[in-house]
Structure formats: structure tokens, C-alpha cells
Design a protein around this ligand. Structure first.
Ligand code: ACO
Length: 322
């Protein structure tokens, strides 16, 4: 049976590094507080004029190179983002044009931190049903544009970046299953209320930026991810010990550690990059996955579990054989 397999990966972080110490110059916080509560040491922030599509393009070109394919081989482009360049056209269309791809479907997916998992799950279904042969799937964000830089409880958490994969048809097993969920009843716990329909355009004089009830999000994330891991294993008739690598959404090291513990996995089986870029929302899983592939930890044939939880709430997982 045709499967969807990851053929190549790429990622890109903007040049400017903002350390915890630098943030402590503008809000009442400390490196010690941020590292002990979140595991984040620094984040990357885009330059003036640099956009989500700029980051997406760099990650996408790297993924195409790694997959050994040309842009013209791609017949589906999906960009997961909460921070698009424009209201429309979608960032996927802007990216498609930059890469010189003309004609195939291109659209954005908005599922906040779970966006990449949603996008990969959608691409997998296009490929498995024969609707696409090679998909470019990108998670890209400029979260710094919707962060309230005066709110210490959120501004220390987020960063900018992009990650990408090329997924192609294969006779060998690739993506084994995807599990996508959402519950909008939790919309107020983690939100950015700027919006076209409610406020005319995105942000208004510092309003409409990210707000979060961190404690409640934390508790929900841990219990929900726990159930999600169980659901994913059961659907594939696998045991915890069958998973070689956990590639979690990079929001908080304590949430990541709780999921690893549930899986009986040592932290050296978990790809952790949150210390280097903070929570990059939809970009975080492909950033971490690319890091694990490029440094040689994730090898062909390894079973990998990706999982994410974020605003909505949304949550989801992808289990794959790399
Ligand atoms: N520096 C110093 N002190 C701070 C900071 C800061 N940056 N932020 C908050 N504090 C203070 C608070 O004001 C509070 O002070 P008080 O006790 O005098 O009232 C104290 O620290 C404790 O605040 P809490 O919110 O209880 O701290 P907690 O241990 O819950 O950690 C955190 C906060 C890190 C946000 C945690 O709740 C968390 O990680 N939640 C998950 C949220 C998350 O990761 N969201 C991202 C998107 S969703 C996702 O991807 C999972």
C-alpha cells in the first residue's frame, strides 16, 4: 500500500538572538526563573521587514535539497502558521510563488502550536489517496509580532523560526497514523484576540496580543498529551518501547519531560531544542525534527512520535517510521 514518507527536512532561525538576560533588561524577570520554569535560554527574533514567508522559504529550500528534489516536483504546498504575511493570499501561495511552483494546491493551516501536526496529517492523506505525489509541508512563525513585550508571563516564552519537510509517495512504511483534535471551549485560556472580522485588522495599539492562563494551559497540556500518547500507541498496536524518538512541540521542558515519563522514555530519546528558540508554535516540531536528523540521531527506519498541544485548544500526534 502507498505510504507517505518524509524524504527531506530543513529549518531556519532568524539571525538575532535574544537571551534571557537581555529580556531581563526590559521586563521584571531573570535567567534563573525562565530556565527553571521553561527550559528556554534564548529565542530568535526576526529583523524589521523580515516575514514568516522569508523564514518559510529558507527552511523549504533546505528541505527540497535534502530530499533531492526540485521545486517543480512538488504538487502540494501546506504552510502551518498563526502569523501569516497577509490576510490573503495565504503564506503557502506566497511561498509557492517564491519557489517557482505554479498550479498545484497551496493553502495555510491555522492550528497554532499543533499546526505542523495538522498539516502533516493532511499531507499524508493527500499522498496516501493518490491526490498528491510530493508535498512540501512547512511550519513557520513570527510570534514576536503578536507577543506583548510588556507581559513577562508570556513574552519570555515565544520566538520566531521555520521548519519544513518534503513528504513523498513510498512503498515503504512512512507515516503510520495521525491523530488530530480540538476543543474551542478553551478558547480564552490561550489566545490572541486581534482579528480581521472582530477588529478590522490584526492588532490595535497593543491590543489583541497573546494572553495566556499559563497554569491552566500547563495542566491541560500534560493530561491531554498523556491521553493522546495512549491513543496513538493503541491505534498502531505498539508498545511504549517501540518508539525510538519523541519529537514534541517545544513549549516547555517540563511539559516535554512529563510526556517522556509517560512513555517510559529517557530524556536522551527526546529531541529538545526549546532551550535555543523558545516556543515557535507551528515551527517547533519541524525545527526539532530537522535538528535530530541533521545531527544523526534520527536514523532511517526509526519510529518517531511527534506530538503537540496549543491554542484552541488543539492537540495532535503523528507516528511515523523515518
Ligand atoms: N519572570 C519572573 N516571574 C514571573 C514571570 C517571569 N517571566 N512570569 C510570571 N512570573 C511570576 C508570576 O507573576 C507569579 O508571581 P506571584 O506568585 O507573585 O503571583 C509567579 O511567577 C508564578 O507564576 P505562575 O504562572 O504560577 O508560574 P508557573 O510555574 O505556572 O510557570 C509558565 C508559568 C512557565 C507560563 C507555565 O505555567 C507554563 O509553562 N504553562 C504552559 C504554557 C505554555 O507553554 N504555553 C505555550 C503555548 S501552549 C503550549 O504550547 C503547551
Amino acid at each position: 500500500m502507498t505510504s507517505a514518507r518524509i524524504l527531506g527536512t530543513g529549518s531556519f532561525l532568524p539571525e538575532r538572538v535574544v537571551s534571557n538576560a537581555e529580556l531581563a533588561l526590559t521586563v521584571d524577570t531573570s535567567d534563573e526563573w525562565i530556565v527553571s520554569r521553561t527550559g528556554i535560554r534564548e529565542r530568535r527574533i526576526v529583523a524589521a521587514g523580515e516575514t514568516t514567508c522569508d523564514l518559510a522559504e529558507r527552511a523549504a529550500r533546505q528541505a527540497l535539497d535534502a530530499a533531492g528534489c526540485l521545486a517543480s516536483d512538488i504538487d502540494l504546498v501546506i504552510v502551518a502558521t498563526t502569523t501569516p504575511d497577509r490576510v490573503f493570499p495565504g503564506t503557502a501561495c506566497l511561498l509557492q510563488e517564491r519557489l517557482g511552483i505554479h498550479g498545484p494546491a497551496a493553502f495555510d493551516v491555522q492550528a497554532v502550536c499543533t499546526g505542523f501536526v495538522y498539516a502533516l496529517g493532511i499531507a499524508e492523506k493527500f499522498i496516501r489517496t493518490g491526490s498528491a505525489r510530493r508535498a512540501l509541508v512547512v511550519g513557520a512563525e513570527t510570534m514576536s509580532r503578536i507577543v506583548d513585550w510588556k507581559d513577562r508571563s508570556t513574552c519570555v516564552l515565544f520566538g520566531d523560526g521555520a521548519g519544513a519537510v518534503v513528504v513523498g509517495m513510498s512503498d515503504e512504511a512512512g507515516i503510520l497514523s495521525s491523530h488530530l483534535h480540538a476543543d474551542g471551549a478553551y478558547k480564552e485560556l490561550l489566545t490572541a484576540t486581534g482579528g480581521v472580522s472582530s477588529r478590522g485588522t490584526g492588532l490595535h495599539g497593543g491590543e489583541g496580543l497573546i494572553t495566556m492562563r499559563g497554569n491552566e494551559v500547563f495542566r491541560m497540556a500534560v493530561t491531554t498529551l498523556d491521553a493522546l500518547v495512549g491513543e496513538t500507541l493503541a491505534a498502531n498496536d505498539l508498545k511504549q518501547s517501540d518508539i525510538r524518538w519523541l519529537v514534541p512541540h517545544q513549549a516547555n521542558i517540563r511539559i516535554i519531560a512529563a510526556t517522556a515519563k509517560r512513555l517510559g522514555m529517557a530524556m536522551d530519546q527526546v529531541i529538545v531544542t526549546v532551550d535555543r528558540h523558545g516556543n515557535t508554535s507551528a515551527a517547533s516540531i519541524p525545527l526539532a525534527f530537522d535538528a535530530g536528523v541533521r545531527d544523526g540521531r534520527i536514523q532511517r527506519g526509526d519510529v518517531v512520535l511527534m506530538e503537540a498541544f496549543g491554542g484552541g485548544f488543539t492537540w495532535g500526534s503523528v507516528l511515523l517510521r523515518y
